[in-house]
Design a protein around this ligand. Sequence first.
Ligand SMILES: [Mg+2]
Length: 312
Amino acid sequence: MKIKDSVWGFVVGDALGLPYEFSTRNMMKENPAIDMVGYGTYNQPPGTWSDDTSMMLCVLENIINKGTTKDLAQLFLKWYKDDYMTPHGELFDIGITTSTALNNLMRGVKPSKSGLSDEMSAGNGSLMRCLPYAFVEDFHQSVFKMVMDNRITHRHHLCSLSCMYYVKMIRAILDGKEKQELCSIAAAYIRKGWRLTDAEDDHMETRKIFQKLFDLNFSTLPENEIQSTGYVISTLEASVWCFMNTSSYKEAVLKAINLGGDTDTIAALTGGLAGLYYGYDSIPEKWINQIANPDLINNLIDKTNLSEQYLD
Ligand SMILES: [Mg+2]
């Protein structure tokens, strides 16, 4: 089942990267990640997944239930206030943009307006949850819904364009496209999809920001040209670059973590691509067996079977 390959690839990447979040690249070079470890940044046991997976699972549940943007906002609040969709029944990390937006919601701001729209708020908080939209049969409708749902927390157009690039890449893998075609397919898609987002007339400026990803030789760039911060563009670049420059699931997610920076999100997004491309069986069993609260994840994946809108 394709969604299982991708979701598990994502969750395992998140859990592998979590203990290293905020490590610098130099620190990772001195002491590279080679296996699943625990504790570190948030002092959580091995196999603990983070807000990335919690929010991604909320999106998946909302899609299964054919929920609205308002319903999704309620699921995010349930996570924020009541520890819903957490690995050990307790929320332990959340991004600043997301928490500010969820506080806006709690004050009664509408979900279409609660997200932050300034450039400083173009973080990876909506990119990290967008994976499930790629699996809905009506892709165009799903992307439209994704852009609306993004507004709950992230209203900057760079966030929606980055999500569009990522889900198109996932979709192209589902469609059986060759690995070397994936970047140009995703780039062509967001060039056409500009109008779906809140992008204003500064197309030239936005094009400049996406220039690296639009370059046909993007995947051959040297590592020192790839940043790995929580800025949405660098997270997207790093995830795609790690997937393109490796030839197995394990190699891809470890490369992502060893860039340092926002290691959980970058490894999760890399893992979503690599899990789908190489398959569930390519994910080391030892890592899968360490993941916290696996029933929560598998029960949701099983429910996608019930829905005809999913690709098998
Ligand atoms: Mg996280």
